[in-house]
Write a protein that binds this ligand. Structure first.
Ligand SMILES: [Fe+2]
Length: 346
């Protein structure tokens, strides 16, 4: 049974309120072997079904940074067994704070590709999302699109839409370019790219896609699941956006590395009262059926091969993911922040 300590209403406009839900969990979920205390920044109703199928899951939901702070302040007495969050950049923050313990699990290592998990087993990717391009169909011929790198070309002057540099998805995208090209080449790319912005960065990922439809710019960058969400929406305004804007997977094709991907994922906490159950829980999320529901809950890609992909997402073709280890997105996170600041990406 899933005991929800917080509610969806805790999130306002996609942003977690700073006040924490002050609920105390027992240090150990229960004497049951399949019982855990889960701290999660994911908040989809479909997740509850998966948790129920596992056993007893006591859930505390809040924003990732709040959960990290909470686990730190709880210290050795933390009741948390598992932390789930989105973006390797955030998992890295938790890792840097010393929150995770290394997990060796043949099941996880076999099922989850090496590039989507921490090399020492501190955390594991459970779904993947691609950070893709969107183009205004009236203004852009998709044959003119190719790579993230090509968006630094002067032909895109005043045409690129993307959110602020403090956003972890963008920090991770830039970190990936540093890992791949090295810092000086990444900086050259960033200078051209940022000088092509259509406006000062504002709004969220969906806001970039809407602005692209409205003609504020020609090309937007946002995660794949935001577009699928619009595609599935009954709202005529959302349908109109989908009609005006196409989705493009950059850096794909022969000789290309693949599209930049990120993960939602989780790890077993250093002070987990029930680490055996915590590992079993991660293994449960990596089984075929869980993978399907967990990914579909947010229109993402499963990490396990051979699992069915949401049909609307699948209609865009097969994902060619960049096999860069997502741990590198954490490793170069600070360098990315510095470079983005230096080139004037607000
Ligand atoms: Fe998101």
């Amino acid at each position: 049974m899933t005991t929800k300590i917080s509610r969806r209403s805790f999130f306002v406009g996609g942003t977690a309120l700073t006040a924490l839900v002050v609920a105390n969990l027992p240090r150990r979920a229960s004497a049951q072997s399949r019982a855990i205390n889960l701290y999660s920044s994911r908040h989809y109703d479909t997740d509850d079904v998966l948790y129920d199928a596992f056993g007893e899951v006591n859930l505390i939901e809040a924003g990732a940074d709040e959960l990290i702070e909470r686990i730190q302040s709880e210290g050795a007495n933390s009741p948390a067994d598992v932390l789930l969050t989105v973006d390797a950049g955030r998992l890295w923050r938790a890792e840097q704070a010393g929150l995770f313990q290394p997990v060796r699990s043949a099941t996880l290592q076999q099922r989850i590709p090496a590039y989507l998990r921490h090399p020492d087993g501190l955390w594991y990717g459970l779904t993947q999302r691609a950070r893709v391009l969107y183009y205004n169909r009236d203004r852009v011929n998709p044959a003119d699109l190719s790579t993230y790198e090509a968006l630094a070309d002067p032909q895109w002057r005043n045409k690129i839409l993307i959110r602020t540099s403090s956003n972890v998805y963008n920090l991770s995208l830039v970190a990936s370019r540093i890992a791949i090209h090295g810092e000086s080449e990444a900086r050259r790319w960033l200078e051209g790219f940022v000088s092509n912005f259509a406006r000062e960065p504002e709004s969220n990922d969906t806001g970039q896609i809407r602005a692209c439809a409205a003609g504020v710019g020609d090309v937007a960058i946002a995660n794949s699941y935001y577009y699928i969400r619009l595609q599935k929406s009954d709202d005529p305004a959302d349908q109109e956006v989908v009609e005006k804007v196409g989705l493009f997977f950059p850096n794909t094709g022969p000789g290309e590395r693949g599209t930049h991907v990120n993960i939602s994922g989780g790890g077993v906490l250093q002070n987990a009262p029930n680490p055996e159950a915590a590992i079993a829980f991660l293994e449960h999320l990596a089984n075929g059926q869980s993978q399907r529901y967990f990914a579909e809950g947010n229109n993402e890609y499963p990490v396990v091969a051979g699992v069915d992909i949401d049909p609307v997402l699948a209609s865009h073709g097969q994902l060619q993911a960049d096999p860069l280890n997502v741990a590198d997105l954490g490793r170069y996170q600070a360098d990315a922040a510095r470079l983005m600041d230096e080139v004037g990406w607000r």
